[in-house]
Design a protein around this ligand. Structure first.
Ligand code: DGL
Length: 265
């Protein structure tokens, strides 16, 4: 069986790449819902529906464990999938998200005032604040919605990113933050530009650096899941809509040429 990695689009390839780097032996399937990206401006109902469909596809493709790399999908769908969907349809399989692991990582870095850039959905629902309060009441989080960043990244708009990101960050720059969470799959590629804008004293917390470590720890602690995983270093990349532009972009994000395959879900 395989590890599934799900994202609303191609940004999650950034996470897939770092998972492959850390634990290359595990067979995996990446699924990017390129037909419906971005999720971050959609309604709750639609985000859940699209995420459940994607998860169902990955389970049908023989995934034992799915990492929902998309913050927006994790925020909306993870709990319901874990508490209602899995027990009903796949009681012996697992789904992991990215929000709690991100907050645990931030806490371990001993930060006290965290900035957060994320989609409008993440900021409007205050999911990071809510989850943080359950873990540590002494840490403050200041979220900023950055809805233009994903369309810019997905549409070759890199030359405008710095200017637009600087403008968004003005909202929190004078608030004495000591760190910033890049709370979106796509933002891993904005690490340097974010550091450049905020300066070296601000810790940039990027999911591609620790989600693979958390996954590895999970597999070490869950032999019953790990034992079922194939270890033949085989990776597949599925998307719900495919153009030659997506192919090029996927290879650019992944860091080497990869073959996307269109799938119907
Ligand atoms: N992948 C989404 C996330 O991590 C961002 C892109 C989107 O809005 O779909 O939140």
């Amino acid at each position: 069986m395989k590890i599934g990695i799900f994202d609303s689009g191609l940004g999650g390839l950034n996470i897939a790449r770092s998972i492959h780097q850390l634990i290359p032996e595990y067979d995996s399937i990446y699924l990017g819902d390129t037909m419906h990206v971005p999720y971050g401006n959609r309604s709750s109902e639609m985000i859940y529906k699209l995420t459940e469909r994607a998860v169902t596809k990955l389970f049908a493709e023989d995934c034992k464990l799915i990492v929902i790399a998309c913050n927006t999908a994790s925020a909306k769908a993870l709990r319901k999938l874990q508490q209602e969907y899995l027990p009903q349809y796949y009681p012996d399989r697992r789904i992991l998200g990215v929000i709690v692991p991100t907050l645990e990582t931030a806490i371990s870095l001993k930060v006290k005032k965290i900035g957060l850039i994320a989609t409008s959905y993440i900021v409007d629902t205050a999911v990071y604040t809510e989850e943080l309060n359950k873990l540590d009441n002494d840490i403050e989080i200041l979220p900023v919605a950055t809805p233009l960043l994903v369309p810019l990244i997905e549409n070759d708009g890199h030359k405008w990113v710095k200017e637009i990101l600087s403008d968004y960050l003005k909202n929190i720059q004078d608030k004495n933050i000591d760190s910033i969470i890049l709370g979106c799959t796509h933002y891993g590629i904005l690490k340097e530009v974010t550091q450049g804008i905020l300066g070296d004293t601000i810790q940039v917390i990027s999911q591609d650096e620790f989600i693979p470590i958390k996954l590895k720890q999970y597999l070490n602690n869950h032999n019953e899941i790990e034992a079922d995983l194939n270890k033949d270093n085989k990776y597949q990349f599925l998307v719900t809509d495919l153009t030659s532009n997506y192919q090029d972009k996927a290879s650019a994000i992944f860091g080497r040429k990869i073959e996307l395959v269109k799938t119907n879900i």
